[in-house]
Design a protein around this ligand. Sequence first.
Ligand code: HEC
Ligand code: HEC
Ligand code: HEC
Ligand code: HEC
Length: 414
Amino acid sequence: MLGGLARRATFLSQLRRERGNIILVDTGDLLFSRTSAQILNARQIGAIKADLFIKAYNYMEYDAFTPGELDLSFGVDNLLQLSKQANFPFLAANLVNIKSKEPVFKPYIIKEIQGIKVGIIGLISDRFPLGSAEEKEKYRLTNPFKAAKKAVRKLKKQCRVIIALAHMEGEEQEMLARKVRGIHLIINGHLTHHQRDPIAAKHRTQILVAGARGEFIGQMDFFGEKKKLYSRYQLIPLKESYTDHPKIQELTGQYKTNLENTLRSSLQAVPAEGSATARQEIATPPLPLLVGEKVCFSCHQQEHEQWLTTAHARAYQTLVEKNKTSDPYCLACHTTGFGSIRDPSSSLENVQCEACHGAGEGHPEPWKSLKDVSETQCRVCHNIANSPNFNYFIDVQKVRHAKLPNGRESIRKE
Ligand code: HEC
Ligand code: HEC
Ligand code: HEC
Ligand code: HEC
């Protein structure tokens, strides 16, 4: 994704040279990652990523951005704060301040390109929940279709082309096309898996999909004379075909260093339970401490020996090979209890004992029995996206300790 960013910058500077004037937009889920909200120093990690993207988008001269639900992970106030660092407007016609009834961000903007005025509206699905109770009292996502109608009514008078940046699910985009006449293009945010078809012409409104994780650029060209305007859409894969832009590479380099420093402190030496920082960042009740597989080994050598033969014991190495050890999204499943509180002396690389059995603090005191492992526990990581062929009844046989590799039986050491 980050490599994609530097290639995107190269592509865009070429395109600008060729075409002169372009309009650049992004439809959201940009600033924060999927796991960001649940992990311990989430805010810190989130801020580092948001900073990178805002700097990079400022540099690439983006024209508009519509936030998605992930961008709202840390609340509307946080996003407002971030928008002040951006040289491009955040657009959301249906995110309103309840008291003033006014949109929090601009509902739309008008851009002019070779004499043609283009109206761009930002919309967010009202199915997404807004953060804390406090935020819910202050802000609301209102009906996006009504907000779109209102914006289109105003834009129609001046604009030749009307575009909606729609961070919503596929069926809602189709509903938007059906319900709100006058929108020429809907640019899809929030990619859902069943949307494979890049262009679906519906009700004279085109719905464009630009692909996930910044690996593609969707490029729409307009051409024609005064009376008739034609458009042509193409998806351009950024994989390997463009070199990395040095300026963006410099930014991603800084980002990686910042992130690694933060993550190192989170993986190895997270504040012990009860310390000021831990109390501040973790919701009550306090989670039990993770102790790490080395502690389990001291009493359960045979289970440990068997565990070492499984892919779980190499899960972190997989990320090392893919150069992904600083991606919080990957770490959530390829390490143990990512973001939880742990004993500072332990390391939680790999899918360890406690990923399946739960935190070991207090065990084996009689009051702290470690739980049986259920299918639900596996499904936390073996979800449809990352483990489509997972079959509990077959796969649990591969991780059970009873059958040791050399055929011995599992004997518990007292
Ligand atoms: C000090 C020795 C010791 C350590 C360290 C230890 N265990 Fe145990 N464990 C035991 C004993 C003893 C039992 C048996 C308890 C019983 O049968 O009532 C046990 C039982 C278990 C069980 C069976 C369920 C239960 O709770 O009775 C699991 C699962 C387990 N341990 C996992 C772990 C894991 C995971 C770790 C590391 C986080 C760990 N153990 C660390 C001694 C230990
Ligand atoms: C914390 C996340 C996590 C949990 C919980 C988890 N797994 Fe995994 N599992 C992984 C990861 C990650 C891999 C891939 C490791 C690698 O090769 O990098 C994996 C790999 C496997 C594999 C090997 C797949 C193969 O064909 O090579 C099996 C089998 C498996 N898990 C079964 C289970 C079962 C059964 C459970 C529940 C009892 C479970 N896992 C719980 C993350 C998890
Ligand atoms: C939701 C949990 C989850 C996340 C997030 C996740 N993985 Fe995995 N990953 C798994 C599981 C589970 C497996 C085992 C899949 C199987 O064989 O069924 C796996 C397997 C893999 C494998 C194949 C390992 C092998 O050698 O067979 C690679 C490579 C991998 N993951 C890399 C990544 C990278 C890179 C990321 C981040 C971009 C990532 N994963 C994010 C759960 C996850
Ligand atoms: C992928 C999930 C998973 C991981 C990781 C895992 N276990 Fe287990 N463990 C199980 C399952 C499932 C059982 C249930 C026993 C069975 O059905 O064979 C179990 C049972 C146990 C038991 C009860 C006695 C026995 O052998 O059946 C102990 C003790 C135990 N595990 C210790 C450990 C230790 C120590 C580690 C880390 C080295 C570990 N487990 C890692 C899934 C896991």
